[in-house]
Design a protein around this ligand. Sequence first.
Ligand code: COA
Ligand code: MG
Length: 273
Amino acid sequence: MLYLPASNARAIEKARALPADVVILDLEDAVAPDAKAEARQAAVEAVKAGGFGQREVAIRVNGRDTEWGDADIAAAARSGADAILVPKVSSPDDVRHYDAALAGAPDATQLWAMVETCAAVPALDSIAALASETRLSLFVMGTNDLAKETGVELTEDRRYLAPFLFQLVMAARAGGISVLDGVSNDFRDLDAFGKGCREARSMGFDGKTLIHPAQIAPANAVFAPSSEAIAEAEAIVAAFADPENAGRGVISLNGRMVERLHLEMAQTLLERA
Ligand code: COA
Ligand code: MG
């Protein structure tokens, strides 16, 4: 999921052809105060103009506690964007507020929440639970803001951030929603970036948020199911489809125990692929 400042027309034009799954037109952190109104208009015009092909397009608005928040979400709700990404969600009340602000948006418009404040941490479960009764469908980790607020140092291996990352993944899964990892600021060191992506995948994240086109290929390489993983999933599906295994809860496949929970995992992987 690639961020770009909605005030950057050249980046918007490029994004229409880049192999990212989602384009985020940012009105928040990447846009200077003097450029907010212009960026808002540019984001809405970009969504209306289309040309993003299969990519989903989202607008990240300024928060409800800022002078731009209300105008942003009102404009974004009318834009026809696939999703509205809201920053600094810290309580169930925040989700309800933003969901209500999207009342007039098309049914398909989703609500995506940035998790990047200390206050959000103890409230994660109750925030995630709102996925069943609101448009909320995705958590996006905001590592830069969380580091700023907590003082947690952002080391390359993210060891001090890891407990929070795990908590976020668990809460997202419990609520049945997707979860994307935060950005990596260093867009020149792609080896370190690839390693960070593999760690994020191992932690359970569905994908990665990106700030630069150079990060797209390494992220896709890590988060897209590999051909080996697809072949293995197909073998599991085929094994359970074999009439000989009908009614069996557990089977042996190439020297490994495979249960029906692995069948479900294989089906999920194939859907994603
Ligand atoms: N989306 C689309 N295109 C982008 C892009 C992005 N996020 N970031 C850079 N590009 C384009 C540039 O326009 C440039 O295109 P060109 O050479 O055809 O003119 C090309 O990719 C190479 O860019 P580069 O010179 O390496 O970077 P830069 O110095 O122009 O920009 C940043 C660096 C960090 C300012 C820029 O990548 C950026 O704005 N990223 C997104 C920031 C953001 O949205 N943050 C909020 C979430 S944390
Ligand atoms: Mg932020």
